[in-house]
Design a protein around this ligand. Structure first.
Ligand code: EPU
Length: 336
């Protein structure tokens, strides 16, 4: 029997700290429960899969069923002298996975330390930080197909990964529930520490090892990003926009210091945080909503903000940047 809770408060289930209710809420630790939901035609009505709630902004009460995966487990399913393949249940907290890998001496995800959220959400938005994206490490994704009630698998190349994007945000949106992910890690020492911030953070560290890199990343994140337990936020609110080199040139004629990162021969990525800062929003507080003072890409809830206050601020940022730079920012956060 599945136990569905009614009028459930989501306050502790979203890191933005928005006080909304779900009409129904269902948490499971056994995948068998998904079959029961399927047999009872639950997926015919409105539902939403909520992982760690760290990349979401609820506009209002959710008038449907929230499904909260809590299946756990990290298993080594293949191992050679050089590599290891881990099977990770979607309900595992992502940072526990990183800690496990670092303690075991497995290389590849240490730069993704301290990212809030669950493992099942990692492939959906192709989480990335400090020069590493999960798409480089993921081998397969298992998911429950709500249309036929079966567990199916996609290999990496079929996940259509892009910058903060995948098939799960597009063709498979609202059609599947990620059940397990498989990641491929190396047992051979190698690091990705050329990314500016990490290099600086490690400059006084004599012995570089997995734990040192993890600690450096945690320090950078702690210093720059607000702790959701203290100030509500969902990390980067916007994606970094990809623009033409021509537009970059035009911006450079007014702002020599504009940072940019290579995407391909014709396009570059400009940090949205820089654009937001240049428009004077950094550290700004309007009512209960604000722009973080150490990282302008992060919008914050100073207390009792409702989603509208955050969305109004976001819209103001979008329109000012559009007017000043001719760039349209897109939210990275899921607005539901
Ligand atoms: N910058 C500013 N002002 C700011 C913030 C940033 O000028 O207030 C400029 C600086 O030039 C800085 C550059 O932006 O050098 C890049 O900043 P940072 O390294 O902090 O990275 P980001 O591009 O702002 C992305 C991810 C973060 C991830 C960091 C580190 C996105 C949307 N965000 O931010 O991911 O932690 O890189 O790799 O791609 C998240 O997705 O929630 C998240 C925090």
């Amino acid at each position: 029997m599945v136990f569905i809770q009614k009028n459930f408060s989501l306050l502790n289930y979203n890191t933005f700290g928005i006080n909304v209710n779900a009409l129904e809420f269902f948490e499971y630790s056994e995948l068998e429960n998904l079959n029961e939901l399927f047999k009872n035609n639950v997926f015919d009505s409105i539902f939403f899969v909520l992982g760690g709630g760290s990349n979401i902004l609820f506009k209002d009460n959710f008038n449907g069923l929230i499904i909260h995966p809590q299946n756990k487990g990290i298993e080594i399913i293949e191992e050679t002298s050089k590599n290891v393949l881990l099977k990770i249940a979607a309900g595992e907290e992502w940072d526990n996975v990183v800690e496990y890998a670092v303690n075991k001496g497995f290389y590849g995800i240490e730069n993704l330390s301290f990212i809030p959220g669950n493992a099942g959400a990692a492939p959906i938005q192709n989480i990335g930080a400090y020069g590493v994206e999960i798409k480089e490490i993921i081998k397969y994704v298992d998911y429950f197909n709500i249309e036929n009630g079966k567990i199916e698998q996609l290999s990496n190349s079929n996940c259509k990964f892009g910058y903060r994007d995948s098939i799960f945000k597009n063709e498979l949106k609202n059609k599947i529930i990620v059940t397990n992910i498989y990641i491929h890690l190396s047992k051979i020492e190698n690091y990705h520490i050329d990314y500016g911030n990490i290099k600086d953070e490690l400059k006084n560290t004599k012995i570089i090892n997995l734990k040192a890199v993890r600690e450096a990343v945690i320090n950078i994140r702690r210093n720059k990003l607000p702790d959701p337990a203290i100030i509500g936020n969902a990390g980067s609110f916007f994606k970094n926009p990809i623009v033409s080199k021509q537009l970059l040139k035009e911006i450079q004629s007014d702002f020599e210091d504009v940072p940019s990162f290579y995407v391909d021969l014709c396009s570059v990525k400009i940090p949205a945080g820089w654009l937001i800062e240049k428009c004077g929003f950094k550290g700004l507080k309007i009512g209960n909503a604000g722009v973080h003072d150490k990282q302008a890409l992060v919008l914050v809830n100073y207390g009792k903000a409702n989603a509208n206050e955050i969305i109004e601020l976001a819209n103001e940022i979008i329109s000012k940047i559009q007017n000043k730079f001719g760039i349209k920012l897109e939210p990275e956060v899921n607005i539901i």
